[in-house]
Design a protein around this ligand. Sequence first.
Ligand code: ACO
Length: 325
Amino acid sequence: MGIRIAGIGRYVPEKVLTNHDLEQMVETSDQWIRERTGIVERHIAAPNESTSDLAYKAALDALNRAGISPEELDMVFVASASPDMLFPATGCLVQAKLGAKNAGCFDVEAACPGFVYGLELARGFLSLPHYKKVLVIGAETLSRITDWTDRNTCVLFGDGAGAAVLIKDDSNRGIIASYLKGNGKLGDLLYLPAGCAKMPASHETVDQRLHFIKMKGREVFKHAVVEMQTSALKALERAGLKPEDVDWLVPHQANIRIIEATYERLGLPREKVYINIDRYGNTSSASIPIALAEMDEKGLLKPGQIVVTVSFGAGFIYGANVIRW
Ligand code: ACO
């Protein structure tokens, strides 16, 4: 039995924020951002758009490509670090928008690797008898939790969504192995301090700008490089494969230098790596499904190819999937 992606879709908001725009907002330069991150521009949600809207549009695209109607879905879930609200889950808001009336719905909070975790979760559901079609979405409106006065972080993030419909069938295609791991001891290197149980919203938390992402970038960078490589190798080992068997590496798009270090450490050539960070920045859980959807649109993904997705993010958590496309 194969558990495979039957359709993959994406949506990014219309508004584009360039590095030159950012030069007007904080003390930075296009050259610094390009050289240190690889980012040229990113998309930003309109005031009347939020994570569930982006997720809904990406989901419609994925369902259309799969030729599956919302009523056929057994489960809908959204991976996001920037959900519409704490509850109801964004997955439930999307289920309602889609009219997926036969599906369960919930959220996965697994930061940037949310989609990588989500694919493995979907594989788990689809291994059970009563689940046949599962929709996994990675969607973010990080612009709403970004401190636009902090040049260390505001140049990095963008908004967007990607979605995949997974089904089980008799083919040998699909997710063949995953590796998911974490190190919760390093949580304070990348976090959002206020607004929940530990530090509820107050005038002080607002004044101290504690409702925005806080990050020790250099530390995150060091760990990301090591754990992205390790995760990809472990997932490949579980699949009984080696780096030379990989047709496409689709890494989380956080920083071009992290991506380069990852594929070089794996001994992969640049041609086997999909990179679009220049146009979207870091869209967290949405970055991998957006990349896969773009690759699909361009006809880059052929049946039987080995595709490895790999990600790293707040937690810290990390992981990789090996997919026979
Ligand atoms: N423009 C100009 N200068 C800047 C900017 C900016 N936007 N941001 C920082 N600088 C300055 C710093 O203040 C520092 O100046 P100083 O030496 O006078 O103190 C200097 O540039 C170098 O700063 P570093 O932090 O050492 O720069 P680094 O080369 O590490 O790049 C960056 C910073 C881009 C944040 C990098 O560390 C990084 O990408 N880290 C990983 C971040 C990441 O991937 N986070 C997300 C992963 S998880 C997820 O996706 C949610």
